[in-house]
Ligand binder design. Sequence first.
Ligand SMILES: NC(=O)c1ccc[n+]([C@@H]2O[C@H](COP(=O)([O-])OP(=O)(O)OC[C@H]3O[C@@H](n4cnc5c(N)ncnc54)[C@H](OP(=O)(O)O)[C@@H]3O)[C@@H](O)[C@H]2O)c1
Length: 267
Amino acid sequence: MQAKLSSLVVLITGASAGIGAATAHELARAGCRLALVARRKDRLEGLALELKTRHNTDAFIHVADVEDSEQVRAMVESVARHFGRLDVLINNAGLLRMAPLLAMPLDDMEHLMDTNFWAVVHSIRAAAPLMARQGGGHIINVASGVSRRGLPYMAVYAATKWAVTGLTESLRIELAAENIHFTTVYPGVIDTDMPRNLDRSRLPADYPDHGSSRLPVTRVAQAIVRAVREKPVEVYVPWWLRCMSWLCAVCPGLVDRSIRRHYKIGP
Ligand SMILES: NC(=O)c1ccc[n+]([C@@H]2O[C@H](COP(=O)([O-])OP(=O)(O)OC[C@H]3O[C@@H](n4cnc5c(N)ncnc54)[C@H](OP(=O)(O)O)[C@@H]3O)[C@@H](O)[C@H]2O)c1
């Protein structure tokens, strides 16, 4: 069943930039009531001002580090206090670090897992009981194209995103009785600060930049708005990533060869 967007209460983590901020604009345009979460208060305040000016929306902002389960619990409580309910949780906050596995400091790996995976667990554990009490809800987890096919120098990032996919698939069934729907979003390479500001110091000099093939961030934001309305199980942006994921499942060796050629690795 399609959800009516106007007046839905939507919490977006990682709203201070990129996909989160663009999604906030699209949801505000559709009439949703928004709770915006990130660590950079000045960015959240700037976004709230833009939403007021452009869409006449009063967004609620909450500063939190989603790696910290206590802060995440407080985040959900403050949204519930402010709006009286929470209809949609968008777990979007994320971090990218790229390096050969053997050159990546352990701290970086743990940080990736804390932000990209454990934060999602914390927020679902905080929000699901509230959603269950109010009769249901919708949780959208932003994974990645590399949730379906790992790529060189992204081993740990890909692992964190595969973990999000496994988590979401399991909970889709586990929490169905509570009327909590789950959607996994799989973006390809999107033009945000994440790829733009990537630290390439540990990458080979000829590692491709993919600058010209990055998709505009509004493509993902609009896909997420459709997901809020239609509650699909999965969303791929661009759509053909879904075909890639089938190909990777059916012919992994063939895909390996083509990726090795693209990255000029091995024979
Ligand atoms: N861009 C891509 O090509 C791409 C592709 C596939 C998947 N994705 C995924 O899409 C999501 C959004 O990425 P993006 O490209 O929009 O990245 P971005 O522009 O770098 O924005 C990341 C957002 O996450 C927030 N964040 C990071 N760590 C946080 C923490 N510990 N606590 C609270 N907020 C935190 C940041 O806010 P503060 O710094 O203010 O806290 C920021 O708002 C991520 O999950 C990413 O993995 C992106």
